[in-house]
Design a protein around this ligand. Sequence first.
Ligand SMILES: O=P(O)(O)OC[C@H]1O[C@](O)(COP(=O)(O)O)[C@@H](O)[C@@H]1O
Ligand SMILES: [Mg+2]
Ligand SMILES: [Mg+2]
Length: 326
Amino acid sequence: MRRLAPVLREDGVELDLISLIRTILAACKDISFRVGQADLAGVLGSTLDENIQGETQKKLDILSNQLLKDMLLESGFVRAIASEEEDFVVEGIHGGRFLVAFDPLDGSSNIDVNSLTGTIFSIMPVPADKPTDEPITEQDFLQPGRNQVAAGYVMYGPSTILALTTGKGVKFYTLDKTHGSFLLTQEAVTIEEETQEFAINSSNQHKWEIPMQRYIRDILDGKQGIRGKNFNMRWVACMVGDVHRILCRGGIFTYPAHTDEVDKPFKLRLLYEANPMGLLIEQAGGLISTGSQNILDIQPTELHQRVPVILGSKQEVLTCLDYHNY
Ligand SMILES: O=P(O)(O)OC[C@H]1O[C@](O)(COP(=O)(O)O)[C@@H](O)[C@@H]1O
Ligand SMILES: [Mg+2]
Ligand SMILES: [Mg+2]
């Protein structure tokens, strides 16, 4: 089986970017090891702190963030990072050509129950007109998802799997824990266009807007209803896990607006959750939308901006969007 670096070189990925991706993966291997050790490494449980979004930070959120941050900032390739667990942008070195945004530990509520978690990352260029001697600001990170030069996730499950795109399709690599290398296990990952599987946290049904209420109601009506087919439901409580399943066997995943939460109607973050997942989904032939616009076309306005997300099998996402266009 082939190792990551030669595959990336063959795809024409420049050397600095390959080195940067390998740095991210070095941190992820460390996170994977600690997730696997769980109680033995003392990484379960919460801290007394909250992040800027008002969420209690788990020990593993903090640890994963620190590992990624230290390794990236020391790498020499990174001008600045943004993270779910950092209030503001953190500067790297002046010569670095890339900006990295990441969710160090996705699916935090799964940590203590030995269930799926992951790391999501998005790599963007430093804006071309940015002088090398000026500090990076939040503004420099506010680039549409289409600017990403690479994006991916590492899923910490029964095996540790990397899904990666550098704009030439999506590939899966599996961490060979005996040698510590990510080996290519699937090329040209492609999402089925049609599906009979959906993912939504239906405990929030009373909070959804009317189009989503109608869409899910028609799905639940099954074969006898307007959709004329039965659906299956899955919810991992970890976007990495849900997206991975969709890349493997199709499906639709949505985290819609919550009408009762006026200050914070959306859950998922644009820069380090929706955008990197959006690029993966699109590169695998799927679709990603807010309900009114392709997520990759959004001009971000804030570092920790949140958006509604509908993603997955193309035909099913289009059907869901039809309900929103009435
Ligand atoms: O609490 P819920 O509704 O199950 O939310 C699950 C969603 O929240 C998230 O866990 C948010 O990610 P974090 O764990 O990084 O905060 C997504 O991965 C997932 O899709
Ligand atoms: Mg997350
Ligand atoms: Mg997180």
